[in-house]
Design a protein around this ligand. Structure first.
Ligand SMILES: NC(=O)c1ccc[n+]([C@@H]2O[C@H](COP(=O)([O-])OP(=O)(O)OC[C@H]3O[C@@H](n4cnc5c(N)ncnc54)[C@H](OP(=O)(O)O)[C@@H]3O)[C@@H](O)[C@H]2O)c1
Length: 268
């Protein structure tokens, strides 16, 4: 019986328990995957008890703050500065990042972006920004509630990708950046993280990493302004499968993606 789970706060909205329970059942693996509401001050004590788990996912607001509490980090998680997957290797907690691959795979069916705006500068934004800059020849503008955190992410990205056009939007340049972009990613939990321009191009993809509700206010408003839209369900599924591969130490898992997606859509 393998014990898995997810920690976060809030955590009630997460489809991860349903997703992983469905996959474990379909793979014929005896196991459980539970949601644990862990507030920031409870994180150190949770990690003591977490050693009875095979592994767990990490979501808002812990993806960055968990790093100094872990025993080791996979090189990608170290590069991104964000962990969404922890595996217990003989009592040592090792951090991985599967948001990165989830984000990359979820964008594959879409046109390569050339100018992107990223809303947020937390764990998911870190994975998405590196994924965009490593996968595409794209320029990137960061918009975040706290400008210091945006600037910190910008400095790190400038170090890793010195040949790219990277910036943090000022209040008076946000609308222009949004109007000129062909990809807008919401990597915050906010329903409406930024005011959108009056019109958006039909070539612009507005991508909300949130998936519950299926169509957020942000996606509704973007669609009304002419953009096409995408929610975070594909990313959720791809990052979850990648996490399971880490926990089970299996490079391939026979999972029927479409059947799983239909199951999850039925829950939204
Ligand atoms: N579909 C998927 O598979 C997937 C994967 C990862 C994440 N997500 C979603 O992405 C979102 C971000 O997750 P995370 O792990 O990156 O969280 P995080 O590390 O805690 O970062 C949160 C980010 O959102 C910003 N923020 C928080 N509340 C806000 C508000 N009320 N208005 C505007 N900005 C706000 C924060 O800005 P400050 O810096 O100013 O605090 C920060 O940039 C979550 O909703 C999560 O569920 C989805």
């Amino acid at each position: 019986m393998i014990k898995l789970g997810i920690i976060g706060d809030p955590i009630e909205h997460s489809l991860s328990p349903a997703l992983h329970t469905w996959v474990l059942t379909h793979l014929g693996i005896a196991g459980e995957y539970r949601a644990y509401r862990v507030r920031p001050h409870q994180l150190p004590s949770f990690l003591e008890t977490a050693r009875e788990l095979v592994g767990f996912n990490v979501t808002i607001p812990h993806k960055e703050r968990i790093i100094p509490l872990l025993d080791d980090l996979d090189p990608l998680a170290r590069l991104l500065g964000a962990v969404n997957t922890v595996v217990n290797r003989a009592g040592k907690l090792v951090g991985y990042n599967t948001d990165y691959v989830g984000f990359v795979r979820s964008l594959e069916p879409h046109l390569p972006p050339r100018r992107a705006v990223l809303l947020g500068a937390g764990g998911a934004a870190r994975a998405a920004s590196h994924a965009l800059l490593r996968t595409y020849t794209v320029s990137l503008t960061i918009v975040n509630r706290s400008r210091d955190r945006a600037r910190q992410l910008l400095c790190e990205l400038q170090r890793h990708y010195p040949d790219r056009t990277l910036s943090v939007a000022r209040d008076d340049t946000v609308l222009e950046a949004l109007s000129e972009s062909d990809l807008i990613v919401n990597a915050t939990p906010a329903a409406m993280p930024v005011a959108l321009p009056e019109r958006l191009s039909p070539r612009t993809l507005v991508y909300d990493l949130n998936y519950n509700p299926r169509q957020s206010l942000f996606l509704r408003e973007a669609e009304r302004r002419g953009a096409h839209t995408k929610n975070g369900l594909d990313m959720l599924i791809y990052q979850a499968i990648a996490s399971l591969k880490v926990w089970l130490r299996q490079p391939d898992l026979p999972i029927d993606y479409e059947q799983l997606k239909r199951f999850l859509e039925g829950m939204l």
